[in-house]
Design a protein around this ligand. Structure first.
Ligand code: AMP
Ligand code: MG
Length: 328
């Protein structure tokens, strides 16, 4: 059983000592729990890749205590400063040209680095106390569901789980928006709680969405990612899906269950997109442990505020292809 560190000075002290000694710690953030290591220490960061089974071609996000620390790891620019002013601390990762101080495995050997200031008191306390930038991807095995509770972290990483700083359930619940500011047009590489429109309003320029070329540069851009182990499908009307009636199936829905619907294992999420996102991974983790053979997920509504949730669900339900298995 791995150790849970309390969210007080003692817990932070232990976490700082581990991190400065080149070891891993799981830290809470407002998006999902992160598997953290010293972002300047190649060997420490290598432990993240090993534990996650993450392909070395996929870069990690670096967490800092405040926007003042950007210059330690990246070449800052006016657009990044504007976004940091508007959205940090918060669920926005900004991709900038990297300085050589960052461990080369953090950037996956590339010339850019993704940075954010998390909006969680325990994460901020930890970052201030250890005085180093922390590389931290989600604290789960590569491709699987991100954890938003301590319980999900520990179940997911099992006996290899490093000590976990307890920060309670994550309030945002899905991974940060990633925006690339290294080209002339800012580009959203991964949708999240901060929308394309909010970025455009803050920057005063058009922001593109999606990868600029067909090269998949990061795990968040993989067709299958953020996925439960149990097969999952999307359905506009989950209750009429014949397979949902089976006692071997479960339904994840947000609209009311019709009166005549078959009785099925089900979890209802809120109809507000932000509250839905906050509960999504916990619900999927629960259903994944329910010994069902299929999870039928009600297709979320159209609309900008649902883009991030739709993105995660389309990846969670993408077929397992030989390509996806290979790039896992
Ligand atoms: P996660 O493993 O959930 O923390 O995801 C990390 C995500 O951060 C990746 O999927 C990328 O979308 C993004 N990311 C981090 N660093 C970079 C970078 N230098 N360039 C592009 N995307 C990045
Ligand atoms: Mg992840």
């Amino acid at each position: 059983m791995s150790e849970i560190l309390p969210d007080n000075e003692d817990g932070i002290d232990i976490a700082v000592r581990l991190l400065l000694g080149g070891d891993l710690v799981v830290m809470p953030t407002e998006t999902v729990y992160g598997l953290a290591a010293d972002a300047m220490d190649f060997e420490a960061v290598a432990k993240i890749f090993a534990l996650k089974g993450r392909p070395p071609t996929n870069p990690l996000i670096v967490h800092i205590a405040s926007a003042d620390h950007v210059d330690e790891i990246a070449y800052n620019n006016d657009r990044a400063k504007a976004l940091a002013n508007n959205f940090w601390p918060g669920p926005l990762t900004i991709v900038l040209p990297a300085r050589p101080s960052v461990a080369t495995n953090v950037t996956a050997g590339g010339s850019t680095v993704g940075i954010r200031v998390p909006n969680h008191p325990v994460a901020l306390e930890l970052l201030r106390a250890c005085r180093i930038p922390l590389a931290a991807p989600s604290a789960n095995r590569s491709e699987q569901l991100s954890p938003t509770t301590v319980d999900d972290v520990m179940r997911g990483l099992g006996r290899l789980c490093p000590p976990v700083l307890d920060g309670g359930p994550c309030s945002v619940g899905i991974e940060s928006t990633v925006v690339d500011l290294t080209a002339s047009t800012p580009r959203v590489l991964r949708p999240g709680a901060i929308s394309q429109q909010q970025l455009e309003d803050a920057l005063g320029v058009a922001v593109a969405i999606g990868a600029a070329d067909s090269t998949i540069r990061s795990p968040g851009q993989m067709p299958r990612h953020y996925a439960p182990t149990t097969p999952a499908i999307l359905s506009e009307s989950p209750w009429s899906e014949p397979r949902a009636a089976s006692r071997h199936a479960a339904v994840l829905h947000f609209s009311d269950k019709p009166e005549n619907a078959p009785s099925a294992n089900a979890i209802k999420l809120p109809t507000n997109p932000f509250a839905y996102a906050a509960g999504l991974y916990t619900a999927l983790h629960l259903l994944d442990r329910a010994y069902v053979e299929l999870i039928v997920i009600e297709t979320p509504p159209e609309g900008d505020e649902w883009i991030a949730v739709r993105d995660r669900l389309s990846r969670a339900t993408a077929p397992r292809s030989p390509l996806n298995e290979f790039t896992r």
